[in-house]
Design a protein. Structure first.
Length: 506
């Protein structure tokens, strides 16, 4: 084993393809294939310290000689005590092959963030989160991501082991089909944000698929943090009863976004901040790969989770993430403001809402919440079109079902996500029918605020509410079901909410 010091004083630093990135001195393996005659392996360990204010990504180049069968990387870093309210050390890790680290990810071979302390890559296999494939000679780069750095600095140690020998055979990937049996045009339930052991989750794809079926879901979307490595591992879990779409949770330092339903094998880079002015490029990449752009948990309080990129490139927004909490309430209010803005600007474009579980491990519940979409069939394209059009509502579980309509005086009719095209002063009847929501209160929310609140539904959970208005008084109406609260006029925890119905001509 050889050791080296990559401390601050001995770094060879230069800016790489990503804006806030630095590169350390190269790690070499001078013995090369000669090691095969001895132990078949060669190991180097490097140590260093990153100061506060370090760039987002620090690359450690590794010269990989001919004849390498496997690369294995292990790392540790110190976690000193810090004052209350001060971030401690957190260091992510991944790897790029000889094709380089340029933005776009041609050289991307895997990312585990902070979920693992070691990984390997070889032709026939790789650690979950990493991409199997040939280990070709050239300069590879270990990517270190100092997520937060304590005031004392972040001391790290990285050990690289090369195993020499004949390359294995890379398996041909197989992917789940883009359609399931379906019921024609119908309401389909889905959860499009969840994590398996291919990123920082603890469940296998098989366990997630079983939980999805138990939750009454018709479709799910794979969304691992910053890696597409799980895509070939879902094919065996799909079936006539479950559509499995593929994607990624693009986890930047300025917020997260779900790439929903991209083509199999699509990787979306995450190495930029809002100020780098690169987000629009990668949003276009998601759409070119057949996916939807869905900012996730925009007001989540975790480090780097708050959404800073704006919503101009979004196809929908995740308003409800996991159990309904104050940050979801804040996102709901912000989303409602975007609806008001669309009315004010008069262009007819608006941003649909959805809800997902973001489940990682027990006791996180797959399908809490779930997005219920009116789609022409149970296919990737049909589900995406329903989400994009806003023909959907969000429910806390399979138990909650809604029917929400608006009708005019002469038989005009519109449902969720649609527009009731009637005159400004035409009487309009708004009606919500609910099932599975015992003691919940129905609220109708408009561009003027909450204009109707019902009495609690009976303990059977089945009931309805009607409200009469005009387009002059309410430009749109959306419905909420809230659980009872002991705090008087304070709204209770959400049981369900709908996308809006717009009233009147554009």
């Amino acid at each position: 084993m050889c050791e080296d010091d990559h401390g601050i004083g001995r770094r060879a630093l230069f800016v790489t393809g990503a804006a806030a990135a630095l590169t350390l001195g190269t790690v070499s393996f001078p013995n090369g294939p000669a090691a095969e005659a001895a132990s078949n392996q060669e190991t180097r360990t490097v140590r260093g310290t990153l100061p506060t204010g370090s760039p987002d990504f620090v690359y450690l180049p590794v010269d990989v000689p001919e004849g390498v069968r496997e690369i294995k990387v292990a790392y540790t870093y110190d976690r000193p005590s810090v004052p209350a309210g001060t971030p401690g050390n957190a260091l992510d890790i991944g790897i790029f092959d000889e094709r380089g680290t340029a933005l776009g990810g041609n050289g991307f071979r895997g990312w585990s963030g902070g979920a693992r302390t070691e990984f390997f890559v070889r032709a026939d296999d790789a650690t979950p989160g990493y991409i199997p494939g040939p280990v070709r000679p050239g300069t590879w780069h270990i990517a270190l991501g100092p997520y937060t750095v304590a005031p004392q600095g972040l001391g790290y140690e990285v050990t690289i082991t090369l195993t020499y020998g004949e390359q294995g055979r890379t398996p041909a990937p197989g992917y789940p089909p883009s359609r399931a049996r379906g019921r024609g045009r119908a309401w389909y339930r889905g959860d499009c944000h969840m994590h398996s052991w291919y990123s920082d989750g603890r469940r296998t794809p098989a366990e997630i698929a079983a939980l999805a079926r138990a939750a009454g879901l018709d479709f799910i979307n794979s969304s691992e943090h910053n890696t597409h490595s799980s895509h070939p591992h879902w094919a065996d879990q799909a079936g006539d009863d479950l559509l499995i779409m593929l994607g990624e949770e693009v986890t930047t330092r300025n917020g997260h976004v779900v790439a929903l339903g991209t083509d199999p094998g699509t990787f979306v880079d995450w190495r930029y901040r809002a100020r780098d002015n690169r987000w629009a490029r990668f949003a276009r990449d998601i759409r070119r790969a057949g996916g939807l752009v869905v900012p996730a948990h925009p007001h989540a309080t975790c480090v780097g989770c708050g959404w800073k990129f704006g919503f101009a490139e979004a196809d929908a927004v995740e308003v409800w993430n996991g159990p309904f909490t104050p940050d979801d309430e804040a996102t709901l209010a912000e989303w409602d403001n975007t609806l008001v803005a669309s009315v004010r600007e008069g262009h007819g474009r608006w941003l649909p809402a959805m809800g997902n579980s973001d489940a990682h491990r027990d006791p996180d519940a797959i399908g809490t919440p779930q997005t219920v979409v009116l789609a022409d069939d149970l296919t990737r394209e049909a589900v995406q079109e329903g989400i994009r059009a806003g023909r959907s509502y969000v429910a806390e579980s399979r138990n909650v079902s809604l029917a929400f309509t608006a009708s005019g005086a002469h038989g005009e009719h519109a449902g969720i996500g649609e527009r009731l095209r009637v005159g400004r002063d035409t009487p309009v009847t708004v009606r919500l029918e609910a099932q599975g929501a015992p003691r919940c209160t129905i609220r109708f929310v408009t561009d003027q605020g909450v204009l109707f609140t019902s009495d609690p539904l009976p303990v059977s959970g089945t009931g309805s509410a009607e409200w009469h208005t005009t387009p002059a008084y309410a430009a749109y109406v959306r419905a909420e079901l809230r659980h009872e609260t002991a705090a008087g006029p304070v709204p209770g925890v959400m049981a369900a909410f709908t996308n809006p119905i717009f009233l009147g001509e554009v």
